[in-house]
Design a protein around this ligand. Structure first.
Ligand code: ATP
Length: 314
């Protein structure tokens, strides 16, 4: 095994009846990175995650975690990772601390070691003030932080996070991001599935983009954006009634479709031509006395990557 690769996925395939859920997927995850698994609904993310965590067996191909094979060394593989998902299997009537202690005991810690680990985790996840409250009184965000804490009891080096922030409000989501970044600073490697492109953009060092079971793109977020290429010109107009004449002018000067949303008119421009075309557009809009409130010329977003590279289920 290459020491830098804590996870190796090689030509993995999984079929359900006639449906190829994961088709010939290969990638490596490096030590200490946050790796994002992205794709539209039904792309194969969960299936892949289940195979990586020994919950499902692939039809062909190999997956190794820290060098251990998921098919032939499943027990050893299970000792390498923690897994947290959208649904927790924790006792509602017990306190956060009691829950953590129970999970510590289940993970083979002595009573004292389990208590010490519980207190440590409660502190790390800013839950010490709620430690004695029953879980039934916890907010969604507190539950999610506790789930994450539970998955870290045995100090796994690899952590799988399956949609860790689904359903959380923006503030709690950003608290989770901070907690995840902290884990990586402490030496964990994180594999993350998410529906939120912004989350992947914020957190992931590299991304695997799946669609219909196939790997459509793999690499650092910035490189994928570059692959889509071009720059997006966005103009927020002062008046709504100006959007149609602005759209007409922009359509005459560009090759890509001009999009209108509310008072904003936008169009994708070729990178090497963007400045010249933007200057032309601004000049023509000024001649037509169309007033502009705000203006931006930006590289593609991860949304643009996602929409360009995937089709989704239809
Ligand atoms: N146990 C199963 N039996 C039959 N088909 C399945 C099974 N599990 C998944 N599939 C199919 O495999 C494909 C991939 O599903 P998977 O759940 O891995 O996608 P996903 O990317 O996780 O989607 P989502 O974002 O909706 O969770 C889908 O077409 C799904 O219907």
């Amino acid at each position: 095994m290459d020491n830098q690769h804590v996870i190796e996925v090689q030509q993995v395939q999984k079929r359900f009846g006639d449906e190829l859920a994961v088709a010939d997927v290969s990638f490596n995850v490096q030590a200490g990175e946050i790796f994002g698994l992205l794709g539209p609904n039904g792309a194969g993310k969960t299936t892949l995650l289940k195979m990586m965590t020994t919950l499902l067996r692939q039809d062909s191909g190999t997956i190794r975690l820290n060098g251990y094979d998921t098919l032939t060394q499943a027990r050893a593989v299970r000792q390498q990772f923690g897994l947290t998902g959208q649904t927790a299997t924790i006792d509602q009537d017990l306190s956060a601390r009691e829950n953590l202690i129970i999970f510590g005991r289940l993970n083979g810690l002595t009573r004292n070691a389990a208590k010490a680990r519980a207190d440590e985790l409660l502190r790390d996840f800013s839950l010490e003030h709620s430690a004695q409250r029953p879980l039934s009184t916890f907010s969604g965000g507190m539950r999610r932080r506790l789930d994450l804490a539970v998955s870290l009891i045995s100090r796994p080096k690899i952590l799988f996070l399956d949609e860790p922030t689904t359903g959380l409000d923006p503030r709690t989501r950003s608290e989770m991001w901070t907690a995840i970044r902290q884990l990586v600073r402490q030496g964990s490697t994180v594999v993350l599935t998410t529906q939120y492109l912004e989350e992947a953009d914020q957190l992931a060092d590299r991304i695997a983009l799946l669609d219909h079971g196939r790997l459509k793109a793999l690499g650092p977020v910035a490189a994928l954006k570059q692959q889509v290429g071009g720059l997006k010109l966005q103009l927020a107009l002062a008046q709504t009634q100006a959007t149609q004449p602005a759209q007409r002018i922009m359509t005459q000067l560009t090759t890509q479709p001009v999009q209108v949303s509310d008072r904003t008119v936008s169009v994708q421009l070729a990178a090497d031509d963007a400045t010249r075309v933007t200057a032309q557009i601004l000049e023509r809009l000024q001649q037509a006395q169309i007033e502009i409130d705000r203006f931006a010329l930006e590289p593609p977003s991860l949304d643009d990557v996602f929409l360009t590279m995937t089709v989704g289920k239809n």
